[in-house]
Design a protein. Structure first.
Length: 322
């Protein structure tokens, strides 16, 4: 067993054969999460019985852009459409301008990165990844454009978008909005504008990128609801040709370094609903009562809630089928 620090998370890396002995109990410091990387198939049942969730290590968020915006919006839940309409009304009533920049100018990019850095600084374990992309956005070789919202001369928010014509994909890479405009859900209006720009350029698929499959650490469960509300679905990143995509099994022991709830998207059992593909199921780990219906999504077979710790799924999960 090896215990490592992953952005403030005490993570115990163990082999499948070590699980029965629970070596993490003798660690010098409390462990937050126990992880088995690429667990062999023969160990899946035992790991599940001990409370581990077998899952893709990284998920990709993807969506078809649809023939036009109305087609895309028609496929969303009515509450999502209502939120989008309200965000656009708030922007219009405030006289906010949404502009597309291609290429992105240095002044606009620096203003966006400053806003992005401020937002990340508010996160418990935020990492400002976008700061490393300044030269790439301005000088290539890959092509970025930006969608920005301005209230007068002040930047209210923006999205940096990467074009991937070789795979017919528009990647909405980084986004940030000010605290005031976050309350008005400006991000929804910016994302919809970026997706329309993708349609105008002939793209049929969109992506919100990859994220570690432990929502409650670097990313939060609220983002799951935001992304699904825009019509995106999570899939194992290896299905999107991610060379670093793989599987792992996680056991969340405590939530001291995680949000409550924390969410994991695990592989669903390969039953009649799941033949021929990797379907996912949602696992909410929480010490409080959580309404699992808040995290339902069309691509999930079910959502379960359990407390942290090594509790067998059959004894602790409260199942809410989709």
């Amino acid at each position: 067993m090896e215990v490592v620090d992953r952005y403030g998370l005490a993570l115990a890396l163990v082999e499948a054969g070590e699980v029965a002995a629970q070596p993490w109990r003798d660690a010098d410091h409390p462990v937050d999460v126990v992880r088995v990387v690429n667990p062999p198939a023969a160990s899946w049942d035992e790991l599940a019985a001990r409370g581990f969730v077998h899952k893709p290590s990284v998920v990709s968020w993807v969506s078809g852009l649809g023939a036009d915006e109305e087609t895309h919006l028609a496929g969303l839940h009515r509450t999502s459409r209502k939120s989008i309409r309200q965000a656009r009304r708030d922007a219009a009533s405030a006289g906010l301008r949404i502009v597309l920049e291609d290429p992105v100018t240095p002044d606009s990019l620096d203003g966006f990165l400053a806003l992005y850095e401020d937002r990340v600084a508010e996160m418990r374990f935020g990492v400002p990844f976008a700061l490393d992309y300044r030269d790439a956005v301005l000088h290539g070789p890959r092509r970025f454009f930006g969608v920005f919202g301005y209230e007068g001369d002040e930047l209210a928010g923006g999205v940096l978008v990467l074009e991937c014509p070789e795979v017919d994909l528009l990647l909405l890479r980084f986004s940030a909005v000010s605290a005031r405009w976050r309350r008005s859900s400006l991000a929804r209006a910016l994302y919809l504008a970026a997706m329309q720009a993708g349609r105008d350029r002939g793209y049929t698929r969109g992506s919100l990128g990859n994220e570690p499959n432990l929502l409650g650490h670097l990313t939060q469960p609220g983002l799951f609801r935001f992304k699904t509300g825009l019509g995106f679905r999570a899939v194992p990143s290896q299905e999107c040709a991610d060379p670093q995509g793989g599987d792992e099994a996680d056991l969340v022991l405590r939530l001291d370094a995680l949000s409550d709830p924390t969410m994991i998207l695990g592989y669903a059992p390969r039953d009649a609903r799941n033949r021929g593909g990797a379907r996912l199921t949602g696992h909410l780990i929480s010490k409080a009562r959580v309404d699992p219906t808040l995290y339902h999504a069309p691509f999930l077979t079910s959502v379960t809630v359990r407390p942290p710790g090594a509790v067998p799924a059959s004894a602790s999960d409260r199942m809410s089928p989709v």
